[in-house]
Design a protein around this ligand. Structure first.
Ligand SMILES: NC(=O)c1ccc[n+]([C@@H]2O[C@H](COP(=O)([O-])OP(=O)(O)OC[C@H]3O[C@@H](n4cnc5c(N)ncnc54)[C@H](O)[C@@H]3O)[C@@H](O)[C@H]2O)c1
Ligand SMILES: N[C@@H](CC=O)C(=O)O
Length: 489
């Protein structure tokens, strides 16, 4: 891989400020999903090495939490500056291991870095409370204290931002962290570690462990000294980790799967709505927890919407993300391609219409051409499952009550989109949709100040914003008694 700064491509785990290979000799290849080329190898650590990471994070916690918030902010700001300085190399690493087009990778580096900058400041505002006392001669209040060592387990679709949204908050709060990135995209995480070291974030504060996913996650969940677990990934794995964290009653935050409805009201211009729906569906090639998974269009504009949607889809270019003007890169691996095919086959076998999408045009084995199905119903996988691919499904509806029922007909509750200019409809839908986030007449909804997260089986807790740092803080109440007369108590 050609980088201006080749030291950003590290092929070791990072524990206690040291680059570490695996003691057992196990390793895993990291592959470019666009070409199949092996980009490098990462070690799979053994249990004693994973425990060394916990030892290191636990030992570093005392000193890191003892720093003033502004001292931690300085280190985080230096880390942020280095990410921005090395944005181009980081983007190349991301495109090679994840596949997303280079401009999207650049966008993710800036997006990911923005969480570090935002939380560096927010760490200075972790205020406690002064509580008017109901106890004679006492002063009451609360302090905010860091939870302790946090394990951060992250997915491959946003290899950098899903780490920084967690680590920015955790480090600013005074916690130390152990990151377990997805095996498909470890190099972005390791480049973050290299830059954390250059930013003089002390040894043991930011660690990256690698290994067999189930083994590493189980050890981190069952480790008593790990006080918080923050996981982003599938609902299936999230459930498992919640269970494994139960024995030591760990603080658990889960950012899980989505099955976003995209609702188009009868008052919308079909062309405007179709452009927005294409953007919301095909971001990150559909491999996005916010991707519009079920497009619900009022029957009065359905046919024109579909026509406009196809016209927009036809402009999307599929190919290697390193090439200029590509909109959609490869899917992450063969299983993802097989899942996309099975969703399309299942829908067709149950009566949906394949309007667009010729897979013979795919430029390689991991590519999937943008596909449109109409007549999608709740009995199809295209409805029930998060497709995580460029497969769009459209369903016509009659009225607001029906679309609310349809939109909520899923175990997921991460994000929903509503396109309409009717204020009464907006308010009705906003209140009735069982989702953690609702974007109205906007495809963009994320960013550092946003309380990102889902309801139902899309997760627990929030990331980003003031709520995001709370996930890494305990509230310690104090009652300072026997004070004699306390004025104003
Ligand atoms: N809500 C959000 O903010 C958000 C953001 C990004 C992705 N996601 C979700 O992530 C999913 C896609 O990511 P993914 O395929 O990497 O998810 P995944 O659940 O397969 O993997 C996520 C992480 O868990 C690890 N893991 C995998 N299997 C495991 C096991 N059996 N035991 C323990 N750990 C295991 C992986 O190595 C990875 O680090 C989608 O469902 C998507 O919606 C959610
Ligand atoms: N696009 C989401 C990640 C979901 O996969 C985000 O911005 O957090």
């Amino acid at each position: 891989m050609k980088l201006n700064d080749p030291r950003l491509l590290r092929q070791y785990a990072y524990i206690d400020g040291k680059w570490t290979h695996g003691d057992g000799g196990r390793e895993e290849a990291v592959v470019d999903p666009a070409t199949g080329e092996v980009l490098g190898h990462i070690p799979w650590l053994e249990a004693p090495q994973l425990r060394e990471a916990v030892d290191a994070a636990d030992a570093a916690f005392a000193q890191w939490r003892a720093l003033r918030a502004d001292e931690r902010a300085e280190r985080l700001q230096a880390w942020y500056d280095l990410l921005i300085e090395h944005r181009e190399d980081l983007a190349v690493i991301m495109t090679r291991e994840q596949g997303k087009p280079l401009p999207d990778s650049r966008g993710e580096i800036e997006y990911g870095a923005s969480f570090i900058k935002w939380f560096a400041e927010e760490g200075k505002r972790t205020f406690g409370q002064t509580i008017p006392s109901h106890i004679p001669n006492a002063a009451l209040g609360s302090l905010k204290e860091p939870v302790g060592v946090a394990a951060l387990i992250t997915p491959w679709n946003f290899p950098l931002a899903m780490i920084t949204r967690k680590a920015g908050a955790a480090l600013a709060a005074g916690c130390t962290v152990i990151v377990k990135p997805a095996g498909e995209t470890p190099f972005s995480a390791l480049a973050l570690a290299e830059l954390a070291e250059r930013a003089e974030i002390p040894a043991g504060v930011f660690n990256v462990v690698l290994g067999e996913p189930a083994e590493v996650s189980k050890l981190l969940c069952e480790e008593e000294r790990v006080k918080a677990l923050s996981f982003t990934g599938s609902t299936r794995v999230g459930r498992l980790l919640l269970e494994q964290s139960a024995n030591n009653v760990k603080r658990v935050s889960l950012e899980l799967g989505g099955n976003a409805p995209f609702i188009v009201g009868p008052d919308m211009d079909p062309a405007e709505a179709a452009r927005a729906a294409v953007a919301a569906k095909f971001q990150t090639g559909g491999q996005d927890c916010l991707a519009a998974n079920r497009i619900l269009v009022h029957e009065s504009i359905h046919d024109e919407f579909v026509e406009q949607f196809v016209a927009c889809m036809e402009t999307l270019k599929v190919g290697n993300g390193l090439v200029t003007n590509i909109d959609i890169g490869p899917l992450i691996h063969q299983q993802a391609v097989e899942k996309a095919s099975s969703i399309v086959d299942d829908a067709i076998s149950r009566g949906a219409t394949l309007v667009h999408g010729d897979q013979s045009m795919a430029p390689g084995p991991n590519f999937f051409m943008p596909t449109l199905l109409t007549g999608v119903t709740p009995y199809m996988k295209a409805w029930r499952e998060e497709s995580f691919s460029p497969v769009a499904g459209v369903t016509a509806y009659k009225d607001d009550d029906e679309v609310i029922k349809l939109a909520n007909d899923t175990e997921y509750g991460l994000a929903a989109y509503v396109y309409t200019h009717d204020i009464r409809r907006i308010w009705k839908l906003l209140r009735a949709l069982e989702y953690g986030m609702v974007a109205i007449n906007s495809v963009k909804m994320t960013g550092p100040p946003v309380p990102f997260g889902g309801v139902k089986q899309s997760g627990l807790g929030r990331e980003g914003g003031t709520a995001g740092i709370e996930e890494y803080l305990e509230t310690k109440f104090y009652c300072l008694g026997a004070l004699g007369s306390v004025s104003g108590s």
